[in-house]
Design a protein around this ligand. Structure first.
Ligand code: AMP
Ligand code: ZN
Ligand code: FE
Ligand code: FE
Length: 290
């Protein structure tokens, strides 16, 4: 069985490998297929696509969008997107703007706490596209203000930290619609992170399906066999296609290898057929309703 990984991050968001390095690593590991799904940006896709073409790897252009939910975290993956699509870029611009506002407030709060950190220092580690809290954690650790990135989150950046600032998230219907308009498949990432269980999770999935969700991440780093079975059952019940990936970030999440996460994660290339088929159907329907 050949392995694939449909959930990964690069330096375009908060991963530590460049898109090219990520594709090379996929090649070294013998992965058959790879999706790059950076948070709130498609900035790494051109580079990754060019590298994948040279290596003969099946590459799926993707993105991971955070959306509004009352508790927990709601992340929607978009696979098979046309990353030049205007509607998609509109929501990504909105997300980056909301991040910039949050990052500015975060800098001010850290300043009030007595730390000397500049926007330039953050930009230096974050690169050209998305700046996230992990970059703040890196700078705090580099400057010796905390012993490591984990403690930066615990003391300052995490939701109970002294400098915490919430960032605005788009409504879920907008996130799903933007991905569909870009010809992509909207997929619920790491469903356990919604913190919803039982009937509440079922109702939520029914609602997301109605809004145009097409898939659910059944295989994810750390998932037990019983979680995999549970999400596979829910996928069948709500007519969602199964997806899977590690959420690889490079050295900032050292427990996760590309294509291999904790809990014996392995994602079979047999998922690709149904995903491609569903993406084709969604695009056909979109064309028919033009
Ligand atoms: P942001 O999207 O900029 O708000 O940053 C969110 C990212 O920070 C998440 O994707 C995680 O990778 C990381 N993160 C959030 N909370 C923690 C934590 N308590 N410890 C380590 N990393 C965290
Ligand atoms: Zn991340
Ligand atoms: Fe996520
Ligand atoms: Fe992710």
């Amino acid at each position: 069985m050949a392995l694939i990984d449909l959930h990964t991050h690069s330096t375009a968001s908060d991963g530590t490998l460049s898109p090219t390095e990520l594709v090379h690593l996929a090649q070294t590991k013998g992965l058959q297929g790879l999706a790059l799904t950076d948070h709130d940006t498609v900035g790494g896709l051109d580079e990754a696509m060019a590298a994948a073409e040279q290596h003969g790897i099946t590459f799926i252009p993707g993105v991971e969008i955070s959306a509004q939910i009352d508790q927990g975290a709601l992340h929607i993956l978009g696979l098979y997107i046309d990353h030049r699509n205007t509607e998609l870029n509109n929501i990504l611009d909105w997300l980056v703007q909301a991040r910039e506002e949050r990052n500015q407030q975060l800098l001010e709060k850290l300043g009030d706490l007595g730390f000397t950190i500049t926007a330039e220092e953050i930009k230096e580690v974050a690169g050209d596209f998305v700046t996230g809290r992990p970059h703040f954690a890196m700078v705090l650790a580099q400057k010796g203000y905390v012993k490591n990135q984990q403690s930066a989150f615990k003391k300052y950046l995490g939701s109970k930290g002294q400098a915490y600032v919430k960032r605005r998230k788009p409504p879920i219907d907008w996130a799903i619609r933007a991905i569909r308009q870009a010809g992509g498949l909207p997929i619920l990432a790491h469903p356990d992170q919604t913190k919803l269980k039982g009937k509440l999770l079922e109702n939520f999935l029914a609602e997301l399906r109605r809004l145009g969700l097409e898939g659910i991440e059944v295989h994810y780093s750390g998932y037990t066999q019983s979680q995999i079975w549970k999400y596979a059952r829910l996928a069948k019940r709500f007519d969602l296609v199964e997806s899977g990936g590690s959420d690889f970030h490079g050295s900032i999440k050292p427990g996760i290898q590309l294509g291999r996460g904790p809990g014996g994660l392995h994602v079979s290339d047999s998922l690709l057929g149904p995903l491609e088929e569903r993406a084709r159907l969604v695009r056909e329907n979109a064309d028919a309703s033009d």
